[in-house]
Design a protein around this ligand. Structure first.
Ligand code: UT7
Length: 333
């Protein structure tokens, strides 16, 4: 039997600047009441100008490596998940490799938006199972606040997102103790590309960076919130059910569910459809908003560090986001 991938260290980092709903009230036509009621968000973190997602990722990675007791020389592969890389290219994987002083190991960037962490975990899982790598660093980092439309027109999206990063170290486990990633299930439906996307900059255009588009505010992300909401609350429970069935488990076996922190009402619907008690469902959207690919590893690190997650617990992860892409993973902790 191939060795399962075990998460041996976790870490997260969020920038220190707290932006409350009341702060947003001052710059756009919104209200604390609306944001709390519709999303459960109270505050989020924004990075300072000059900071990039790789900087947040570096700090989260350092914490995860320290938590795992991993020496930089032992890391043999890097996977970075982000929709907000520092630059159009290259991705942030190489910046993490250089910034952490890792050897000339491979650095892969995964672009699956809110599902980025689980997609990246699936990749890491395969590399560990095949024995290709022995210590993978997976970092999910997002910096969205610098490209949100903070005018009234962009308020539906601007109030939801925040900056942050989460990281894990993944190693082969001891097959005897049953720990590790049991399975990952990945899905997509590209018919809905336009329902949650950042259309520009686009190399379909010539020139790509067009002043007119810029002046029209067409470099901001856009979404059809209602359709995203509807699909997210259906697809995430479906993905968890698929994972449970594939492993011959039931929802009662799950100790902790970490849904991608998209909207508190979505998480509640996911919990309701899965018939899992709310106390088993992790929630930190009130403090961080939606941090896209980083939301699951940030939540995971919090519950590891506060002792909520215990050795032997079954953890279910699920995500939904732009693409559409969605995914689930079951991990025996
Ligand atoms: O990781 C995936 C990322 N995306 C998501 O998870 C988004 C999923 N969708 C959602 O979370 C919800 O659709 C929203 C929170 C974005 C919106 O909630 P909703 O209950 O679907 O509201 P709505 O779109 O039906 O809008 C209701 C009203 C509208 O005004 P009118 O047309 O009724 O006069 C909006 O213009 O609320 C207005 N509105 C706002 N009002 C105050 C939209 N955004 C805001 C805002 N503040 N920030």
């Amino acid at each position: 039997m191939s060795k399962r991938a075990v998460i041996t260290g976790t870490g997260h980092y969020v920038p220190p600047k707290v932006v409350t709903n009341f702060d947003l009230e001052k710059i756009m036509n919104t209200s604390d009441e609306w944001i709390r009621q519709r999303s459960g968000i109270v505050e989020r973190r924004y990075a300072e100008t000059g900071v990039g997602s790789s900087d947040l990722g570096l700090e989260a990675a350092r914490r995860a490596m320290e938590n795992a007791g991993a020496d930089p020389r032992e890391i043999d592969f890097v996977i970075a998940a982000t929709l907000s890389p520092d630059h159009y290219f290259p991705g942030i994987g190489v910046m993490l490799q250089a910034g952490l002083g890792l050897g000339t190991v491979g650095a892969l960037d995964v672009r699956n938006q809110c599902s980025g962490f689980i997609y990246a975990l699936a990749v890491a899982d395969q590399f560990i199972r095949t024995g290709t790598y022995k210590k993978i660093l997976l970092v999910a980092a997002e910096l969205q606040s610098h490209n949100l439309d903070h005018s009234d027109e962009g308020r539906d999206m601007a109030v939801l997102f925040g900056d942050g990063a989460g990281a894990v170290v993944i190693e082969p486990g001891d097959p005897a103790d049953g720990r590790g990633v049991l399975s990952t299930h990945l899905f997509s439906d590209g018919r809905f590309v336009r329902d949650l996307w950042m259309e520009n900059p686009s190399p379909r255009r010539n020139p790509v960076f067009d002043r007119e588009l810029f002046d029209q505010g067409k470099f901001f992300p856009k979404m059809d919130g209602k359709n995203v909401f509807k699909n997210a609350s259906e697809r995430m429970p479906e993905a968890v059910q698929t994972a449970l069935a594939a492993n011959g488990l039931t929802i009662d076996d799950v100790a902790v569910l970490i849904p991608h922190q998209a909207n508190d009402r979505i998480s509640q619907m996911v919990a309701h459809k899965l018939r899992i008690p709310p106390e088993k469902v992790v929630r930190n959207i009130d403090r961080f908003g939606n941090t896209t690919a980083a939301s699951i590893p940030i939540a995971l690190d919090e519950i590891v560090r506060d002792g909520r997650l215990r050795r032997g617990d079954l953890v279910a992860l699920t995500s939904f986001g732009s693409g559409f892409t969605w995914a689930s993973a079951l991990v025996r902790w």
